[in-house]
Structures are given as C-alpha cells and as structure tokens.
Design a protein around this ligand. Structure first.
Ligand code: ZN
Length: 261
C-alpha cells in the first residue's frame, strides 16, 4: 500500500468515527477570526477569490449598515476635525495569513469632538475596500481605534501607486517569514504618524461595520481623502503574499456619507 493510500484511509477512518473533528476545526477557525475591534485578536480579511463571505444576513433587514461601501453621492458641509495624538511604539507585527497587523502600544489616540478613541492596531487591505467615485486603489490601510464605550473609529488611508514609501519599506522588511506568527522587533520603533497623508483635514464620514466577522455595526468610518503613495514594487510585495484581502462593497441602504471640502 502506498503512503497516499494509507493517508486516504486514515482520513476516511477519522471522518467516519470522529465526525466532530471537522466541527472542532471549524470552531477553532472562527475563534482565530477576531475582528477589527479586538486588540489581541487577529484581523481577518479573506482571500475573496477562494473563500465565501459567510455574512448570510448582511443584505437582509437585520443588517443595514455594512462596510465597505462605494462613495459617490455625499452631503457636503463642515465636519469636526480629527485630532491625531500618535506616539512612537516598539514594532510588533503579526502575519495571520490574511494580512499583516501592527499592534500599537497604549497611549496613542485620536479625538473627534468630545470622544477619545485609543489606537489599537493598524493593518492593510489589497486592493482597497472603499471605492471612491468609482476609483479603486491598490491598497488601503485601516487605523483601528476604540472608545471607552466600545465604539470604534477606523481611519482609512487610501494608498495609490507612486513614489516609494519609507514607512512601508520599514514595515515590509519585517514581514514575518513562513511559520512565524509574530515578530517583535526590539529596538525598531515605528510612528503611525508616518502612515498619514499631509492633509488629514478632508475626509468622508459614515456609519458602518467591521469588514470582517462578526461584521458588527459599531464603526465610525473616517476615510481620508488624500491618498499616500506606495511604489508598485511595494504593492506587489504585499500582493504576492496576500493575494486578495478586501471585502466587496456592501449596499448603502440610504445611509448618508458626509464630506467636508
Ligand atoms: Zn480593515
């Protein structure tokens, strides 16, 4: 009997006599898929080409505020400024197989109006998740913040192709290798300010959800209008490792997107 035949028979045996195995595996998979909102959890973005969106209720009456969305018609007017108080933190980077996520040390935050949101982590999507006036970008970064009441504020930074980005160059240098889950780089500090465009005044705002399970509708989205640039090589490097990590756009269901000039 060949090794393949033995393997096949072993799997057959396990499936027949231990039918719970698959459920256990599925449950573990779910547990690994923590959301934008968890500081400790892993962020999940799917390889959309090969994996089904398991948000069965997203388009029914239960779920009316899903993300991402396409942004075209907006309500123009003044919006409160986003004040950034980001400070350098030691680099802590995770490759969860879907994206890389950089955990941020405590003490960095934004304020919008009277609400303070702590920066917890940031991560990347390829291609971008929000489509602006029909335009897609090669990548989008999400800076995930959490308020004391549990509400999230995610600042989206669109990334267009252009000049190479020194901050991305540093991060990409520390891509965890295959088999490595986490890289903690003693001595390498990073500063999330470097991920922001020069103009953080102008943005789109709407109420939406996590773009990963459990798709909770607790996110204040702030999509900065000014993109930052990355080189084609930098985008391709991410793409070569994470083929597709963006959720398709969701119905707006009459939601208003606000925009300042
Ligand atoms: Zn995201």
């Amino acid at each position: 009997m060949s090794i393949f035949q033995r393997l096949f028979l072993t799997i057959l045996f396990l499936s027949l006599f231990f039918p719970g195995t698959n459920n256990l595996l599925a449950r573990q998979d779910k547990q690994d898929h923590a959301s934008h909102g968890s500081n400790e959890g892993k962020h999940v973005s799917w390889h959309w080409g090969g994996r089904k969106d398991d948000c069965f209720k997203c388009n029914d009456n239960m779920r009316q505020r899903q993300s991402p969305i396409g942004i075209s018609t907006t309500e123009k007017g003044p919006l409160e400024s986003i004040n950034f108080y980001y400070y350098p933190t030691p680099l802590k980077i995770i490759n969860n197989g879907y994206t890389i996520q950089i955990k941020y040390g405590s003490g960095s935050y934004i304020t919008v109006g009277n609400t303070r949101y702590e920066l917890m982590q940031f991560h990347f999507h390829h291609p971008c998740e929000h489509i602006i006036n029909g335009q897609s970008y090669p990548m989008e970064a999400h800076l995930v913040h959490k308020a004391a009441d549990g509400k999230l504020a995610v600042v989206g930074v669109l990334m267009k192709e252009g000049k190479g980005n020194d901050f991305i160059k540093t991060l990409w240098k520390y891509f965890p290798k295959e088999g490595e889950n986490e890289v903690v780089s003693i001595g390498q500090k990073i500063d999330a300010n470097q991920l922001l465009p020069a103009n953080v005044i102008n943005y789109y705002h709407y109420s939406g959800s996590l773009t990963t399970p459990p798709y909770s509708e607790i996110v204040n989205w702030f999509i900065l209008k000014t993109p930052i640039t990355i080189s084609k090589v930098q985008a391709d490097t991410f793409k070569s490792i994470f083929k597709k990590s963006a959720r398709p756009i969701q119905p707006r269901h009459g939601r208003i997107v606000k925009e300042n000039n």
